[in-house]
Design a protein around this ligand. Sequence first.
Ligand code: ADP
Length: 504
Amino acid sequence: MSAAIEERDKKKITGWKERLPSQRQIYSGLLSLAGLVIIIIGLLRFPQYENPSILLLLLFFAIATQSTMTYLAGGNVSVSVSGAISFAVVGMYGPIAAGMAAAIAELGLWVLSLKTKERDWNHEVERLGVNIGIHAISTLLAGIVFFWVRGLLGTGSFFIDSIPWFVGAIVGDQVNFWLLAIIIYLAAGVPPKDVFKENRWAIPMNVLVMSIGGGLIMLAVVQFGLLGLAIFVLPIILSAYSFRVTVNNAKKQMEKLEEMVTVRTQALADANHKLEELHKEKDSFLAVLTHDMRTPLTSIRGYGSIMRDRELTREQQTKIAKVILNSQDTLLEIVNNILELEKLQSGVPILLESSNFDLALLVKNTAESLETQALEKTITLNYDQIPSPIMVTADMSKIRRVILNLISNALKYTPESGLVSVRTLVNGRFAIFQVEDNGYGIPADELPHIFDRYSRVKGHRHLAIGTGLGLAIVKSLIEAHDGEISVQSEENVGSTFTFKLPLT
Ligand code: ADP
């Protein structure tokens, strides 16, 4: 029970504490109040000023430079120039009038920079109060210091006369900076010394513009009245404008450069990608050389040594000679494939020695020639479904190569006692050849790359010798005949390779 009451009291206290203004709000309030007081005193004193029209014009130019230049040139330049105008007021009308000028310039800028949409009035009013306060206080203090130093040094030489301007400007700039740093600290928690480090480059510029600008504006007004002021301020506004144009152009150039960099980077990335592909191909080529050529070479060497070192019967010799010749055939096929593919992919068009022939007959003969190979693996090679004739106009030796390659692949990638069926048919304007097996099949993720050169199914490498070049050659040859080749396959179920050629 008492714990609940304590809890409630705690809530009450924290609720009450939450309603207290924060340090930031108190600080902003004090700044706003100071700014307001300075403006009011300045306005009340207006009737006492000698030549109030010049003061009015100075106020107008302070607002004009502050606001136009914020838009034309960007923050820092505008603050310094309107600071110079306010500071010029010091020399002619005293510190209070100068503080008022600085505050009014901020008011003008605030009105112009009010965000039209989603206006948060609490925030906007605080922003105005803080800016007015900071600028009014810093200019007022700069003015007081100006008169104090001038009182100390008196007037005389140009050098002595200019010292109060510099000292006043330094004080004005620093007071302005630290008042600002405090609000940044209270609002965002950034330590003032960090803000100082980041902005110290602007100090000399602010001080020079305020002191020299302020002194010269006063001189111009004292010498030439209103005209002097116009002569001074207009070129500044114009140069701010040209500065803005230059900055915009530089920005555009930067954007163009960035665009160029993006394009070049993309080109480099593409080139890099191509290089990587070439690199992969080179690796595959080396793999073919090292693995697939080494196996037949090793058996040639092994059986050669046996023939040299042992007494062999005639029968054994024939057997060994057969193995050596087979290995030599494999090597020759690999070398021929590599050379052939290089030729096919060099961009030179493939020369076709076309003739009219019966595709069905060619398929039958080629399948027959592979029967021994099928028998060795006890595979049933079925080519009964071949009607005759199916006439096509093509390069017969090249089409034989294609058929040979596809059927021997089917035999190669089908385990013992399997079934390989070869068929030809006519479909519309096309002659179709199909070889179907119930062998190892091709995994779905490797299927799209199966016609790429050097591409071999990973799991097949230990099952049969191969280079991964055959299907790439087959595809080039069929495409050279305006034909199409495709494959359907399922792992451990089987594959069907199909090509079609236009009928004669
Ligand atoms: P090679 O047979 O010399 O490796 P190919 O280009 O003829 O080269 O074939 C590429 C790969 O495609 C083979 O290594 C094999 O993995 C796969 N492949 C070709 N034909 C078949 C098929 N009928 N069944 C299963 N996989 C096949």
